[in-house]
Design a protein around this ligand. Sequence first.
Ligand code: SF4
Length: 214
Amino acid sequence: MSTADLFHKVTEWFSANMETAETELHYDSPFHLLIAVILSAQCTDKRVNMHTPQIFARFPQPADLASASFEEVYELIKSISFPNNKARHLIGMASKLVSDFSGEVPSEIHELETLPGVGRKTANVIASVIYDKPVIAVDTHVFRVSRRIGLSDGGTVEAVERDLTAGFAPQLRGKAHHWLILHGRYVCTARKPKCQECGLSEFCREYILNNVKI
Ligand code: SF4
Protein backbone atom coordinates (compact mmCIF):
# COMPACT_ATOMS: atom_id res chain seq x y z
CA MET A 1 0.00 0.00 0.00
CA SER A 2 1.38 3.44 -0.85
CA THR A 3 1.89 5.98 1.92
CA ALA A 4 -0.84 8.16 0.42
CA ASP A 5 -3.25 5.21 0.51
CA LEU A 6 -2.30 4.49 4.10
CA PHE A 7 -3.03 8.07 5.15
CA HIS A 8 -6.32 7.82 3.31
CA LYS A 9 -7.27 4.58 5.11
CA VAL A 10 -6.28 5.97 8.50
CA THR A 11 -8.25 9.16 7.90
CA GLU A 12 -11.26 7.19 6.76
CA TRP A 13 -11.19 4.90 9.79
CA PHE A 14 -10.77 7.64 12.38
CA SER A 15 -13.38 9.85 10.71
CA ALA A 16 -15.87 7.02 10.98
CA ASN A 17 -14.88 5.79 14.43
CA MET A 18 -13.61 8.79 16.35
CA GLU A 19 -15.69 11.68 15.17
CA THR A 20 -15.06 13.65 18.34
CA ALA A 21 -11.36 13.97 19.07
CA GLU A 22 -10.20 16.76 21.31
CA THR A 23 -7.86 17.46 24.17
CA GLU A 24 -8.69 15.78 27.47
CA LEU A 25 -7.09 18.62 29.39
CA HIS A 26 -9.60 20.93 31.07
CA TYR A 27 -9.24 24.66 30.46
CA ASP A 28 -11.31 27.82 30.21
CA SER A 29 -8.94 30.22 28.41
CA PRO A 30 -5.85 30.13 26.17
CA PHE A 31 -3.70 31.05 29.17
CA HIS A 32 -5.10 28.20 31.23
CA LEU A 33 -4.63 25.71 28.40
CA LEU A 34 -1.01 26.81 28.20
CA ILE A 35 -0.61 26.14 31.93
CA ALA A 36 -2.26 22.72 31.56
CA VAL A 37 -0.11 21.69 28.58
CA ILE A 38 3.10 22.70 30.37
CA LEU A 39 2.01 20.70 33.41
CA SER A 40 1.09 17.67 31.29
CA ALA A 41 4.67 16.98 30.14
CA GLN A 42 5.48 13.47 31.36
CA CYS A 43 2.33 13.46 33.46
CA THR A 44 -1.17 12.18 32.78
CA ASP A 45 -3.94 14.56 31.75
CA LYS A 46 -6.05 13.04 34.51
CA ARG A 47 -3.60 14.07 37.20
CA VAL A 48 -3.21 17.54 35.71
CA ASN A 49 -7.01 17.97 35.62
CA MET A 50 -7.18 17.10 39.32
CA HIS A 51 -5.04 20.13 40.16
CA THR A 52 -5.84 22.78 37.59
CA PRO A 53 -9.14 24.01 39.15
CA GLN A 54 -7.23 25.38 42.16
CA ILE A 55 -4.45 26.74 39.94
CA PHE A 56 -6.88 28.46 37.55
CA ALA A 57 -8.84 29.96 40.45
CA ARG A 58 -5.66 31.35 42.05
CA PHE A 59 -4.17 32.62 38.75
CA PRO A 60 -6.96 33.83 36.47
CA GLN A 61 -4.61 36.04 34.42
CA PRO A 62 -0.90 35.96 33.50
CA ALA A 63 -0.18 38.93 35.80
CA ASP A 64 -1.43 36.91 38.78
CA LEU A 65 0.97 34.06 38.07
CA ALA A 66 3.84 36.36 37.10
CA SER A 67 3.81 37.92 40.56
CA ALA A 68 3.45 34.64 42.46
CA SER A 69 6.27 33.20 44.53
CA PHE A 70 8.03 29.98 43.54
CA GLU A 71 6.96 28.42 46.85
CA GLU A 72 3.29 29.12 46.25
CA VAL A 73 3.30 27.68 42.74
CA TYR A 74 5.36 24.70 43.85
CA GLU A 75 2.87 23.95 46.61
CA LEU A 76 0.00 23.88 44.13
CA ILE A 77 1.74 21.53 41.68
CA LYS A 78 3.94 19.43 43.94
CA SER A 79 2.16 16.16 43.15
CA ILE A 80 2.63 16.68 39.40
CA SER A 81 5.86 15.39 37.85
CA PHE A 82 8.91 17.71 37.88
CA PRO A 83 7.32 20.39 40.09
CA ASN A 84 10.57 22.35 40.52
CA ASN A 85 11.13 22.93 36.82
CA LYS A 86 7.46 23.38 36.06
CA ALA A 87 6.95 25.97 38.82
CA ARG A 88 9.87 27.98 37.42
CA HIS A 89 8.59 27.60 33.87
CA LEU A 90 5.06 28.65 34.75
CA ILE A 91 6.19 31.83 36.49
CA GLY A 92 8.64 32.58 33.65
CA MET A 93 6.01 31.93 31.00
CA ALA A 94 3.49 34.23 32.68
CA SER A 95 6.13 36.94 33.18
CA LYS A 96 7.03 36.87 29.50
CA LEU A 97 3.37 36.98 28.46
CA VAL A 98 3.04 40.15 30.53
CA SER A 99 6.31 41.76 29.41
CA ASP A 100 6.34 40.81 25.71
CA PHE A 101 2.79 39.97 24.67
CA SER A 102 0.53 42.33 26.64
CA GLY A 103 -0.71 39.41 28.69
CA GLU A 104 -2.07 37.54 25.65
CA VAL A 105 -1.06 34.06 24.50
CA PRO A 106 0.53 34.58 21.06
CA SER A 107 -0.69 32.60 18.06
CA GLU A 108 2.58 32.23 16.15
CA ILE A 109 4.67 29.15 16.84
CA HIS A 110 7.97 31.04 16.84
CA GLU A 111 6.54 33.44 19.45
CA LEU A 112 5.12 30.66 21.58
CA GLU A 113 8.50 28.93 21.54
CA THR A 114 10.11 31.96 23.21
CA LEU A 115 8.09 31.29 26.37
CA PRO A 116 9.81 29.37 29.18
CA GLY A 117 8.63 25.75 29.31
CA VAL A 118 7.19 25.89 25.79
CA GLY A 119 8.84 23.63 23.23
CA ARG A 120 7.74 22.72 19.74
CA LYS A 121 5.07 20.27 20.89
CA THR A 122 3.42 22.66 23.33
CA ALA A 123 3.58 25.51 20.81
CA ASN A 124 1.89 23.32 18.20
CA VAL A 125 -0.84 22.23 20.62
CA ILE A 126 -1.70 25.84 21.45
CA ALA A 127 -1.51 26.96 17.82
CA SER A 128 -3.76 24.09 16.77
CA VAL A 129 -6.31 23.94 19.61
CA ILE A 130 -6.67 27.66 20.30
CA TYR A 131 -5.86 29.25 16.96
CA ASP A 132 -6.89 26.49 14.56
CA LYS A 133 -3.52 26.50 12.79
CA PRO A 134 -2.87 23.54 10.45
CA VAL A 135 -0.07 22.01 12.51
CA ILE A 136 0.46 18.64 14.18
CA ALA A 137 1.96 18.36 17.63
CA VAL A 138 4.00 15.17 18.04
CA ASP A 139 4.08 13.82 21.57
CA THR A 140 5.16 10.38 22.70
CA HIS A 141 1.85 8.76 21.66
CA VAL A 142 1.74 10.38 18.23
CA PHE A 143 5.39 9.45 17.65
CA ARG A 144 4.89 5.78 18.59
CA VAL A 145 1.55 5.22 16.88
CA SER A 146 2.56 6.93 13.62
CA ARG A 147 5.65 4.77 13.34
CA ARG A 148 3.81 1.56 14.19
CA ILE A 149 1.07 2.16 11.66
CA GLY A 150 3.64 3.15 9.04
CA LEU A 151 2.66 6.79 8.60
CA SER A 152 6.29 7.73 9.26
CA ASP A 153 9.71 6.15 9.50
CA GLY A 154 11.10 9.28 11.09
CA GLY A 155 13.57 8.72 13.89
CA THR A 156 12.98 12.12 15.47
CA VAL A 157 9.94 14.12 16.52
CA GLU A 158 10.75 16.68 13.82
CA ALA A 159 10.87 14.02 11.09
CA VAL A 160 7.57 12.48 12.20
CA GLU A 161 5.99 15.93 12.31
CA ARG A 162 7.16 16.55 8.74
CA ASP A 163 5.71 13.26 7.51
CA LEU A 164 2.36 13.76 9.24
CA THR A 165 2.14 17.34 8.01
CA ALA A 166 2.72 16.13 4.46
CA GLY A 167 0.27 13.23 4.80
CA PHE A 168 -2.75 14.84 6.44
CA ALA A 169 -4.65 17.62 4.68
CA PRO A 170 -4.34 21.00 6.48
CA GLN A 171 -7.93 20.96 7.75
CA LEU A 172 -7.43 17.50 9.28
CA ARG A 173 -4.13 18.04 11.08
CA GLY A 174 -5.57 19.31 14.36
CA LYS A 175 -7.95 16.40 14.52
CA ALA A 176 -5.32 13.88 13.42
CA HIS A 177 -3.15 14.93 16.37
CA HIS A 178 -5.96 13.99 18.76
CA TRP A 179 -6.84 10.81 16.85
CA LEU A 180 -3.31 9.51 17.26
CA ILE A 181 -2.95 10.63 20.89
CA LEU A 182 -6.21 9.03 21.97
CA HIS A 183 -5.49 5.86 20.02
CA GLY A 184 -2.07 5.67 21.65
CA ARG A 185 -3.47 6.33 25.09
CA TYR A 186 -6.25 3.76 25.01
CA VAL A 187 -5.53 1.16 22.29
CA CYS A 188 -2.04 1.30 20.82
CA THR A 189 -0.42 1.59 24.22
CA ALA A 190 3.35 1.58 24.63
CA ARG A 191 3.86 -1.77 26.32
CA LYS A 192 0.85 -3.83 25.34
CA PRO A 193 -0.93 -2.58 22.24
CA LYS A 194 -4.45 -4.00 22.02
CA CYS A 195 -4.10 -5.15 18.43
CA GLN A 196 -6.93 -7.66 18.67
CA GLU A 197 -9.42 -4.91 19.26
CA CYS A 198 -7.79 -2.32 17.00
CA GLY A 199 -9.68 -1.25 13.91
CA LEU A 200 -6.47 -0.26 12.17
CA SER A 201 -4.88 -3.72 12.23
CA GLU A 202 -5.93 -4.53 8.68
CA PHE A 203 -3.52 -1.94 7.33
CA CYS A 204 -1.18 -1.29 10.29
CA ARG A 205 2.36 -2.00 9.15
CA GLU A 206 3.59 -3.23 12.54
CA TYR A 207 0.70 -5.62 12.90
CA ILE A 208 1.09 -7.00 9.40
CA LEU A 209 4.88 -7.36 9.69
CA ASN A 210 4.67 -9.14 13.00
CA ASN A 211 1.95 -11.46 11.80
CA VAL A 212 -0.53 -10.66 14.54
CA LYS A 213 2.02 -10.73 17.39
CA ILE A 214 3.83 -7.69 18.67
S1 SF4 B 1 -2.76 -2.92 15.14
FE1 SF4 B 1 -1.66 -2.86 17.06
S2 SF4 B 1 0.27 -1.79 16.62
FE2 SF4 B 1 -1.16 -1.37 14.95
S3 SF4 B 1 -2.17 0.56 15.52
FE3 SF4 B 1 -3.46 -1.09 16.23
S4 SF4 B 1 -2.82 -1.45 18.35
FE4 SF4 B 1 -1.21 -0.26 17.35
